[in-house]
Design a protein around this ligand. Structure first.
Ligand SMILES: NC(=O)c1ccc[n+]([C@@H]2O[C@H](COP(=O)([O-])OP(=O)(O)OC[C@H]3O[C@@H](n4cnc5c(N)ncnc54)[C@H](O)[C@@H]3O)[C@@H](O)[C@H]2O)c1
Length: 350
């Protein structure tokens, strides 16, 4: 199969880890070189088969730079794990729309350059998949780029929590255009929501009755500032519904993002509380802290989703891809239990 030609919307922390990851795994020759990947090979495709051919941002410190330099520009703070050679892809200035919120104005320096013609650049670069990595509050910009993807004949991956794949009117447009669409809100490789759901499932299958549980987290990337400002409520709904779906009965569940702590840099601290009862009404409590780094946590799932979307393009399958959405996203059009989603995804790419 030819290389997978992707375009990135937003050259922030996730984009940085994604591009570093392609470089990091590109020289893998033996199994141990692939440590950290959930699926080193998927549908016969390797991470090094992914080629970034276009990128858009609005920050003056990134626009006009080669992508290999832009990923390390401020305010990005994803860890640097390897050097990335020049990629010969210049970051183009995308239309700002609602890309910068009130509280991120202080962090993003908006470029004065004229807006590029997004669809035209996608076509000239022969991009086939657009990955939306905009800030979570950029709902108008997300829709704009989704429409540009259709105009350029590209599939669309929505990593943000904005409703795109789960919005039937947008999914219908991708179906009409015979272009694959997946989203919304990428799951982490080892995220707090998956960990929480797995713990609840284990407990409830063992006969524990959960009376109350919460999962609250604090992070230090620019995205955490935007979440506090614009998407805290949406994220709370998405995460709470997802966690609650792990239990076969209703109980008190709260899951959401609670604060921005700048010195955490790109790290995220998640706190879990679970209270329940087991044999003869005996109480059980779990009080847990889990620390991860945000951007690398998106890399492996993005690699899987990109390769699955390439399979859909090859099969000429348009519209929201239910199995891929349920595997790789917190708010898919149709939520499936984790193990069912995994099995459906494997079936899809087989
Ligand atoms: N593990 C994870 O990090 C993870 C998991 C799930 C979902 N997500 C989602 O992925 C998205 C990206 O996260 P991030 O940490 O990389 O965010 P980030 O804030 O580091 O990056 C966003 C980038 O978009 C750019 N931008 C803003 N407006 C723009 C516009 N109109 N056009 C082009 N570029 C624009 C910003 O300048 C910035 O470079 C978020 O929506 C987040 O919720 C991330």
């Amino acid at each position: 199969m030819p290389k997978i030609r992707v375009a990135l919307i937003g050259v922030g922390n996730c984009a940085s880890s994604f591009i570093q990851g392609i470089q990091y795994y590109s020289s893998a020759s033996k199994p141990e070189d692939n440590l950290g990947l959930r699926n080193p090979t998927l549908a016969g495709l390797l991470p090094k088969d992914i080629e970034v051919v276009a990128a858009f941002d609005v920050d003056a410190r990134k626009v006009g730079l080669d992508l290999a330099e832009a990923i390390f520009a401020k305010p990005n703070n994803a860890p640097k794990v390897c050097d990335v050679p020049k990629l010969s892809v210049k970051v183009a200035k995308g239309p700002l729309l609602d890309g910068v919120g009130e509280s991120t104005k202080a962090l993003v320096e908006v470029s004065a350059e004229a807006d590029a013609n997004v669809a035209q650049i996608l076509i000239s670069a022969h991009a086939e998949i657009v990955i939306n990595l905009l800030p979570s509050g950029a709902s108008n910009a997300t829709r704009f780029y989704a429409m540009q993807a259709i105009a350029a004949g590209c599939a669309f991956i929505n990593a943000t929590p904005n409703f795109v794949a789960s919005e039937p009117s947008i999914a219908a447009q991708f179906e009409d255009a015979e272009l694959p669409l997946v989203g919304d809100d990428l799951v982490d490789q080892i995220g707090s929501t998956a960990l929480h759901k797995t713990l609840l499932k284990l407990l409830s299958e063992s006969g524990v009755h959960i009376n109350e549980t919460y999962q609250l987290d604090v992070g230090g990337g620019t995205e955490s500032v935007d979440t506090m400002d614009r998407t805290r409520d949406t994220k709370r709904i998405i995460k709470t519904q997802s966690v609650a779906s792990a239990l076969p009965y209703e109980t008190q569940v709260v899951a959401g993002s609670t604060d921005y702590v700048d010195f955490l840099q790109n790290k995220r601290d998640s706190y879990f509380w679970i209270s329940g009862t087991y044999f003869c009404n005996t109480p059980l409590k779990i009080d847990l802290k889990f620390q991860t780094t945000d951007a690398p946590n998106a890399g492996s799932v993005l690699f899987d989703v990109v390769r699955a979307v390439k399979v859909a393009l090859t099969k000429k399958q348009g519209g929201a891809l239910e199995a891929v959405c349920a595997y790789g996203f917190k708010r898919p059009p149709k939520m499936l239990p984790l193990e069912v989603a995994e099995a459906e995804f494997k079936k899809f790419v087989a």
